[in-house]
Write a protein that binds this ligand. Sequence first.
Ligand code: UT7
Length: 324
Amino acid sequence: MLWRSLVAGCGGYLPARVVTNAELAKTVDTSDEWIQQRTGIQERRFAAEGELTSSMGTRAAQAALDMAGMRAEDIDLIVCATSTPDETFPSAATRIQAQLGMERGAAFDVQAVCAGFVFGLSVADNFLRLGQAKTALVVGAETFSRILDWDDRSTCVLFGDGAGAVVLRAEKGNGSNSDSGVLSTHLYSDGRHHDALYVDGGPSSTGTVGHLRMEGREVFRHAVVRMSEAIDAALEANGLTPGDIDWLVPHQANLRIIEAMARRLNLPRDRVVVTVDRHANTSAASIPLALCEAVADGRVQRGDLIMTEAMGGGFTWGSALLRW
Ligand code: UT7
């Protein structure tokens, strides 16, 4: 028998303020038609003044704990995936730890931009598999609205704010693909692609926070190929085929990328969880937010096989396969 990370609960949080494409078009040289045609985005949420990555992450984490029927003091580890922490340091994870009222355990951030949740899940899963922790919170939380350049229409219309979280609990499994929980994670990065997606500021370079810069077409070109490779690796490692997948819960960057991934897997549209239309790209928060939505509305049932994939700045990319 081997330790497995059962997903005991999940939760999401979205800020109250809805910003439609039409509202953006009042101040940015863009249109609802362009944004919807190129990305599938209709609206996004923006954090209120004073609403921080950590406060949104705490709301999502508390919702995940509630669903799991667990309390903050039951948690051994918090891994927060974010590229927009409240401050350069300490980590958003330690802020979330304090806001949850936790006085024990370890908390740290993982930084892999839009692939952050997959990376964070992988780190926490490995802690649980090795027996170094029995329970973990994996949080993806972002306030990308604070790093957008409102004079750059090619990026400022694409992102939104939000947070999602899962609670992992170590359970014994038989090591087969019929186990519940995280079956595998596959992580990759290639730092040669820095210039395609980065923030032009930071404590060590400019001393400023900076703004997001992206060569969208270049990222798009790599995304489908790289994420497909990560999915193939996950299926092969578990002796499964695309036909075994019940749900694709992809990173939500662009509906055209999501549809290309679904076509490659031969998955019908109603087996793909889509939130990009309402959330836009919430970076590390997008996968747990989408997962929580599909769990809350009853689409995802116990025993279902869920494939997640993401790609972000770096480049970083990967896949995680789980059985609900
Ligand atoms: O989560 C991290 C991973 N990120 C991604 O996966 C993003 C991947 N990339 C994409 O999703 C797409 O490349 C974008 C949505 C960013 C852009 O779509 P595209 O079809 O690649 O458009 P483009 O960049 O090739 O631009 C096409 C045209 C350009 O005009 P010209 O040069 O053809 O006259 C742009 O200036 O669209 C113009 N454009 C806009 N027009 C109206 C760019 N942004 C806008 C805008 N509104 N907001």
